[in-house]
Design a protein around this ligand. Structure first.
Ligand SMILES: [Zn+2]
Length: 86
């Protein structure tokens, strides 16, 4: 059995996900908020700051979500958007 450390609360738990069973619903909720943000906004609003202020997701959790496969395209768009601005 492998112990994992929860990415949200830091407690230890036994399965292969990145958050503990207590935090899984919160993760789920925030990922849905992120999906809604993606649907409701066009790519010029895809900045880390805009996402954080409209979804309330912390920078740490946001970065973790963006590493997931389902948000891979979105993460690329954020990078492109931020590159054209600076
Ligand atoms: Zn947790």
């Amino acid at each position: 059995m492998n112990f994992n450390k929860c990415s949200r609360c830091g407690c230890f738990f036994m399965n292969s996900s990145s958050v503990c069973p207590n935090c899984a619903p919160k993760d789920e909720l925030e990922m849905n908020r992120l999906k809604n943000f993606i649907e409701e906004n066009s790519s010029e609003n895809y900045t880390i700051d805009a996402i954080i202020s409209s979804t309330g997701i912390s920078a740490k959790n946001l970065n973790r979500f963006l590493e997931q496969k389902q948000f891979a395209n979105f993460a690329t768009q954020i990078q492109n958007e931020n590159m054209t601005r600076t």
